[in-house]
Write a protein that binds this ligand. Structure first.
Ligand code: DC
Length: 218
């Protein structure tokens, strides 16, 4: 049985940045479950399927083969044999992932894949339902959050640095919509597990957050 650290929280809370640093420091494998939902989202987008066309999404899930590989310690997502990792981070893929993650067939497709990754190896896994559904017996559970304003500003700075044009108000609105969508869905909504440690990173540096979580781990 691997040592399992679960980090859940809303979009833009810094989960992946923190989880990656923690994994490096502790020698765990970083498992990004959002990337798996994004992988299926790319599949739906490629087929021109709309998120509200649930029967079409369910049909498309059936012929999607998602595989996770680690190359130089970095997670790669393969869809039907093709490495689609470079396409996962677009806003379009994020929106589609959030909109289709509420469909039980989509979640079911990824659940065993996620559980199996954590079975044999030490992992830090981030997502929305890791502490509540995927790894209910995780050794350490963290609910990482931050104010909408701080999360939007971080995303804005990130996009600016990449040279992409963006608008702070639009990003804020997008984050609010995603929070609402992720927290109110019926299947595996985003919520803090009863035994999770709450970490609010609004006024913490990345280093401080990593230190706080590392102190909870073996
Ligand atoms: O963490 P992210 O932004 O890459 O995730 C994209 C979307 O995928 C997110 O808005 C909701 C969904 N998701 C989920 O429902 N459950 C997870 N464990 C991870 C992501």
């Amino acid at each position: 049985m691997g040592y399992n650290v679960a980090i859940d929280g809303p979009a833009g809370a810094g989960k992946s940045t923190i989880a990656k640093l923690l994994a490096k420091e502790k020698g765990y494998i970083y498992v990004d479950t959002g990337a798996m939902y994004r992988g299926l989202a790319v599949h739906f987008l490629d087929q021109g399927i709309r998120a509200d066309d649930v029967p079409a999404v369910i049909r498309a899930v059936e012929d999607a083969r998602v595989e996770i590989k680690y190359e130089d310690g970095t997670q790669q997502v393969y869809l039907n044999g093709n490495n689609i990792t470079s396409r996962l981070r677009s806003e379009e893929a994020g929106r589609m992932a959030s909109a289709t993650a509420r469909i039980p067939e989509v979640r079911k497709k990824l659940l065993m894949l996620q559980k199996n990754l954590a079975k044999e190896q030490d992992v830090v896994m981030d997502g929305r339902d890791i502490g509540t559904c995927v790894l209910p017996d995780a050794d350490v559970k963290v609910f990482l959050t931050a104010s909408v304003e701080k999360r939007a500003k971080r995303r804005y700075d990130e996009l600016k640095e990449k040279g992409e044009s963006c608008d702070l108000e639009t990003i804020k609105e997008d984050i609010r919509k995603r929070d609402e969508q992720d927290m109110t869905r019926e299947t595996a909504p985003l919520k803090q597990a009863e035994d999770a440690h709450l970490v609010d990173s609004s006024d913490m540096t990345i280093e401080e957050v990593v230190r706080a979580i590392a102190a909870l781990c073996k």
